[in-house]
Structure formats: structure tokens, C-alpha cells
Design a protein around this ligand. Sequence first.
Ligand SMILES: Nc1ncnc2c1ncn2[C@@H]1O[C@H](COP(=O)(O)OP(=O)(O)OP(=O)(O)O)[C@@H](O)[C@H]1O
Ligand SMILES: [Mg+2]
Length: 463
Amino acid sequence: MRLSRYFLPVLKETPAEAQIASHRLMLRSGMIKQSSAGIYSWLPLGFRVLRRVEAIVHEEQIRAGHIPMLMPTLQSADLWRESGRYDAYGPEMLRVRDRHDRDMLYGPTNEEMITDIFRSHVNSYKDLPLTLYHIQWKFRDEIRPRFGVMRGREFYMKDGYNFDIDRDGALHAYNRHMVSYLRTYERMGLQAIPMRADSGPIGGEDTHEFLVLADTGESEVFYDAAITELRLGDRQVNFDDRSECAAIVEEWTAPYARTDETHDAEAFARIPEARRRKSRGIEVGQIFYFGTKYSEPMGATVTNDKGEKVPVHMGSHGIGVSRLVGALIEANHDENGIIWPEGVTPFHCGIVNLRQGDGETDAACEKLYKTLVQKGLEPLYDDRTERAGAKFATMDLIGLPWRLTVGPRGLAAGKVELTCRRTGQSEDLTPADAVAKVAEIYAPHHAAAHWEPMANRSFHTWL
Ligand SMILES: Nc1ncnc2c1ncn2[C@@H]1O[C@H](COP(=O)(O)OP(=O)(O)OP(=O)(O)O)[C@@H](O)[C@H]1O
Ligand SMILES: [Mg+2]
């Protein structure tokens, strides 16, 4: 992408309404524009990050064996009356009436709708286990939308639902989700700690929230520092193996980690003092096991191997896709702007032309650009006739992790400059070496996205 042809409406002034860094930086870097309270347009740069985050979520759900689909945003109130939640949900639910006076609602979540789909088509234990998910816009009429996309009213969420014949099957689904979530966040360069939580209006007995540590987080959290040392890394997980998944869950749930809702001061006091941590966190996901809470009232039953009709055991599992974009910035920024982790960056690197209009410099930039594209990378080339300082400031603000700077002086020595946004360190390299280095940096990220069943992705990108 050439910046002269892009739409990147960066703001010079810091918007007064933004209280936290991520909100300020998303507005300043032209990622989003508010259209009304808690409702945003995703401008091109923000949209690219949202799509990256979404792609990682899809890839890791599919890797875990979960099946993507898409349900509508508008739902019929009748379904919610069946589960009893139409009245229970309260003013957070946006209720709408259509021209025939039918009660509708903009879905805040989809347990009822997925249960209805399931009961219409599945009758036998032989069709289980089954986990379906979608990534779709949700609406919750939050009393205090704030912090930009972190607490929006309209927000983008992955929600998945498992259907299993018994509790053990559903607990395996729970564990599978925890493991897939750990890898999802790790690929984004984010540490999200699973913490025992409270189930709220979804209901149920087992639930964990995933929290990104940040001073601006809305939850108070208590944890053993040992949990922050854990990494999934490039472990190959067999998601069908119950004990393998359970062992990973055990590894992550053994150290104490809880939100204030379930905090147990006595258990916390037993952790060695040097490892006791109290902090704030941003909830970027939550998993639930709730047994037959929806299947029983809504009649989602299957016949088991003895020919008896039994309600299925379910769970639901959410990731805040749009909130993650804000959380990523809270965890990755400095006074000059955003610092994208490689896994989610909107462009792999920037190219800054220090002397736009100079034939040789322009030609070197063009060649660099083409070579990067040939390697499957997406550079953002600042080809505007701006001062170098302004170009650097824009690159720092929008946070591309790597910047290639091209100017007559370097070119005279056969070199371009490669700068790391995070450390600020630069090195002079030949253009060929610079391209090779950037390609090498992104190789693990490409590999993670192109694992075996996805190697032949063509038309159906994720499906
Ligand atoms: N208003 C919102 N804006 C953006 N993301 C949200 C919002 N509400 C929930 N999410 C995201 O969707 C995920 C799954 O939804 P869930 O029902 O668990 O939310 P929640 O527990 O009600 O969230 P919160 O406690 O922050 O209100 C959450 O973990 C969060 O990341
Ligand atoms: Mg939650």
C-alpha cells in the first residue's frame, strides 16, 4: 500500500474525550471513528488489525476442531422467552419491534439461537461431540460505554458453543477451549491469564476469564506470579486427546489466579509473599460450562446409546475480538504511539522515502516495495512529499514493528536502514539483506497461519 493513495486520517490533536492510551491512539492514528456512543466505524487501518485478530481467532478455533458458521445479529424474542432470559436480561438488551409488531432484539449473545439450531437438526448421540462458533457483531446497551472499543455498545465477538453427551465430554470441550485460547492470545503477542471467575447472567458452574494485565483494566485481579512464566510455545497439541488437554489446563490453573469476584484471601495468603500479585486486568475472553441450563428448558435432547432421550451438556466460549484491538494497544505502546506485535500488525513494515522525487531514491523504494510483496509481505510505503520528521512521526504513531528508511546518503553506500519500533535500534543493511531479515522475522507467523489442513486455503479462506 502506498500512503499517498491510502486513507489514513491521523489527528494532530489528542481527542479530549479519550481517557486511556488505546482509545487516544486509535483515534489519533485514524483506526476508528465514533458514530454514536459506544458505536464505531473501523477505518482502513483499524479494519486491517481487526481482520488480523479475527483471522488468528478463526485459525485457532479450526485447529481445535471447532466449526465456523454465521448467525444473524437480529433475533426473535420468542426464543429468549423459552429460556426465560427475555425478561431476565434487563436494559442491556436492545429490543426492537418490526412492522408486524413482533418483538425482536439485537443479539447480546447466542445461546438460545444456537440451541434452537441444534435441536432442529441433531437427534442422536452419534452426531456428538459438536462445537459450532461464529464471529459476529453483538449489541449490549452498556450503561457507561467508554474506553473506545474496549467497552462499546456494538462490539465484535467470537462466541462458540459445545454440545456433548455428558459432563465429561463437555469438560473436555471446556479444556479444549482453554488451550486454544492460550494459543490465540500468544500468537497475538499478548499474555492473557486464565482466572477463575463468576458466571454472571450466562449461568453455570465452571468458568474462567482471560485477563490482560493493564492499569486501565476494569477488573481487580489477584495471582501468583508463577503463572506469568507459563508459555504454550510451539507445542503440538492433539485436541482430541482428553488427558493432553487436561494436563495443559492443570498447568495453567494450578497457580492461584482469580478476579475479585471469586478471590479467596486465605488461599492467596498461602502463596509465598514474593510471588503474590494484585493488579488490574482487561477481560478479553471467557469460557463457561453450564451443563443443561439451556438444553433442558429448550428441549435440546439426543437419544443416548441406550435409546433414552437426554438433554445435551453445553458450554459457551467468547473472545472479545474488537476489545482485543484496544487491549493490544494498552499492552503495547509508548509516548510516541502504538507498537504492534508482529502477529497482528496492520502492515508488516513501513518504507520511508527520505527524498521523495529523487529518481534514485524513488527507484530504490519501488524495488524494495516489490521485493517485499514478492515475499508475501505487506509494506506500507510512505511516498508522500513530507518532511522526514513528519514521516517518522506517522510511522511511530501507527506502530508498524519495522521501518525501512531509504535516503540518498545510505544508498550511496549501498545501504538502507532497518529500525525496530520497540527498541528503536537501527542497522544499516543492503536492501536484499533487509528484505531477508524482515521475511525471517515474519516466517514463524506465516507458519502458524499455514498449518497443514489450511495449507491449501484458496477460496474459503478459513472454512
Ligand atoms: N461492551 C463490550 N465491548 C467490547 N467487548 C466486550 C463487551 N462486553 C463483552 N466484551 C467481550 O466479549 C467477551 C465475551 O463476552 P462476556 O459475555 O463474557 O462479556 P462480559 O463478561 O459481560 O464482559 P464485561 O464483564 O467486560 O462486561 C468478553 O470477554 C469481552 O472480551
Ligand atoms: Mg465475561
